[in-house]
Design a binder for this molecule. Structure first.
Ligand code: ADP
Length: 406
């Protein structure tokens, strides 16, 4: 089965093509045959398209900035023409899977995209203004490039959290909020779910028997508490702004601060939005960067604000991990994933340090090594600690494969 994955973000469009011939899914993520990425913000002259194929062909091209649909069409053409071609004709694609950030309460599982599903994704734009429009653009670009008969699947970032108990999902505001859809949805669900399945595989244990804490620590950061195979609590809520301190997002702050800024200091809601999403977190506190690597360099040079930013990031992470463990009522494994989770051993060490009272112990050599999809706890630790590479695109491809089975 030939599967194309479309992963549209607010500033990028990532896309991968997998050929899954054979009757069953591979146990570990296979190499995609074609891997393409558009960075819409690369330069003032235009967006940048980069393509790589499994045969070693590469392409870098500047795209005109004015039309995203035209840019996506350009990207798709490299799949069936030019040096990066891996198929002869667009109709060789069997199914296209899309990451859709917000599925609201309607979608608890992946679905084939119909006009009704498209309308539902459009209706949810107010809840994900940076993402759902880009996801719809991707669906329409495929219809134009391949045809409207092609099977397309929506895989929702919110779906894995959609069975959270009401106590985890409802905000203690007026009850009306719930009727208006103002509730906790949670995000990064595709990777939290992937990590849970991969952890069960690595630990050779039935997922339903495991109590897992998954830590997705990238530019955006969230935790999920996973029991009986699904998320029962998570740190992001109505929007991806709640919870942990992140690259440039504040995470949870006292809502009274927002009232004060707007009512007494004259800030507009858009300015507050900008402050909380773009000028906070590691970037806001350090004044240097949203990238943890830059913070590390500044700490080494004795920069106090960088040190505060790192310590604050760790403190918030430990606190929220504690909250998730309380929701789980026990713990079998912690999983670290995404840019920081996979590449920052000092973050893993400090995060786990708070839970030494549980007997949890990291093997320092394994923690410092760069191996992925491995257990880095000591043999005697009652809680396992895993590092798992985020594989959202492969997770989406697996969902397509599952839905396409007769
Ligand atoms: P996104 O959430 O945008 O998909 P990623 O999962 O790629 O982001 O994570 C990006 C972040 O990971 C970077 O901002 C950086 O802080 C962090 N990161 C990546 N590599 C390293 C590294 N070697 N050491 C520390 N942090 C890293």
């Amino acid at each position: 089965m030939k599967i194309l994955v479309m992963n549209a973000g607010s500033s990028s469009q990532k896309s991968r093509f997998y050929d899954l011939s054979g009757g069953s899914l591979p146990k570990t993520p296979p190499e995609p045959l074609w891997d393409a990425q558009i960075d819409w913000t690369k330069s003032d002259d235009g967006a940048e398209l980069k393509v790589e194929t499994a045969h070693g062909a590469t392409l870098t091209k500047t795209l005109q900035p004015d039309s995203k649909p035209a840019g996506i069409a350009d990207m798709l053409r490299t799949l069936w023409s030019g040096d990066t071609q891996v198929i002869d004709h667009p109709d060789q694609v069997d199914v296209v899977g899309h990451r859709v950030v917000h599925g609201g309460q309607t979608y608890q599982d992946s679905v084939f995209i119909s006009s009704e599903v498209k309308q539902a994704i459009a209706d949810l734009i107010p809840l994900a203004p940076a993402h759902n429009p880009a996801n719809l653009e991707g669906v329409e670009a495929i219809e134009r490039a391949i045809g409207s008969d092609i099977s397309q699947v929506a895989v929702f970032d919110t779906a894995f959290h959609s069975r959270m108990p009401l106590t985890a999902a409802v905000y203690p505001g007026p009850y009306d909020w719930l009727d208006q859809g103002i509730r906790r949805y949670g995000f990064h669900g595709i990777n939290h779910q992937y990590c849970a399945h991969r952890a069960a595989q690595i630990l050779s244990t039935d997922l339903n028997q495991l109590r897992l804490l998954t830590c997705h620590l990238g530019n955006g950061c969230s935790l999920a508490a996973i029991r009986d195979g699904h998320s029962i609590d998570t740190t992001m809520g109505y929007t991806p702004l709640e919870g942990l301190m992140m690259g440039s997002r504040s995470g949870s702050v006292d809502p009274g601060i927002l009232i004060h800024l707007i009512r007494d200091r004259g800030y507009s809601p858009d300015e507050v939005d900008q402050m909380l999403n773009k000028q906070s977190g590691l970037k806001g506190i350090s004044g240097i960067s949203n990238d943890l690597r830059q913070i590390g360099k500044a700490i080494a040079q004795g920069n106090d604000r960088a040190r505060l930013a790192f310590d604050l990031f760790i403190h918030r992470l430990q606190k929220e991990m504690g909250a998730m463990i309380a929701s789980l009522g026990g713990l079998d494994a912690i999983i670290f994933s995404a840019g920081i989770g996979e590449h920052a051993p000092d973050v893993r060490e400090r995060a786990c340090d708070a839970f030494r009272f549980l007997g949890l112990a990291l093997d320092p050599e394994k923690n410092d090594a760069t191996a992925h999809d491995v257990d880095i706890a000591t043999a005697g630790s009652p809680v396992r600690v895993l590092v798992i590479t985020a594989e959202e695109d492969w997770a989406i491809a697996q969902e397509c494969w599952r839905l396409m089975q007769p």
